[in-house]
Design a binder for this molecule. Structure first.
Ligand SMILES: [Zn+2]
Length: 149
């Protein structure tokens, strides 16, 4: 499998894990060239559910948005990139396990808050107070941007 970061063809599986319900296999790979790690899911026809925003629009799930939100929320907090990756992976597993074609963005927001709570209490408390006003990951990011300003 090609490295998504540098395009190098040689990547190695460093960890293989069956998801809790056994529906798919998660592989952690490492690039032999840039040494970055990434995760692949092995499942028949794996697709994340579409995200339904509050206004009814459907958008594609994007891992990058989720990652960006975590990194913003946890900036300058003692939480490693690996821990954030783990949180995003747990959320993705939950999304896949839902077995649905669409998921409300608020549901993803709840999952984000749950992971944030486990990662860093300070960040969680800080963002829990504004959580009620955010409807999806985009809104969450906006709120975080505002707080950081
Ligand atoms: Zn690479």
């Amino acid at each position: 499998m090609k490295c998504p970061f540098c395009g190098h063809a040689d990547t190695q599986v460093v960890e293989t894990r069956m998801a809790e319900d056994g529906d798919f296999i998660r592989r952690r790979r490492q690039c032999a060239h840039c040494e970055k790690r990434f995760t692949t899911y092995e499942r028949p026809d794996v697709t994340f559910p579409a995200v339904v925003k509050k206004d009814g629009r459907r958008i594609e799930y994007e891992r990058g948005k989720l990652l960006a939100s975590f990194h913003l929320a946890l900036r300058k907090r003692p939480v490693s990139t690996e821990q954030i990756d783990g949180a995003v992976e747990r959320i993705e597993e939950k999304l896949l396990n839902l077995g649905v074609r669409e998921v409300p963005s608020s549901r993803i927001g709840e999952l984000v808050m749950r992971e944030l709570k486990k990662l860093d209490k300070v960040a969680y408390v800080r963002f829990a107070s504004v959580y009620r006003s955010f409807e999806d990951v985009d809104d969450f990011k906006n709120v975080v941007d505002e707080i950081r300003r």
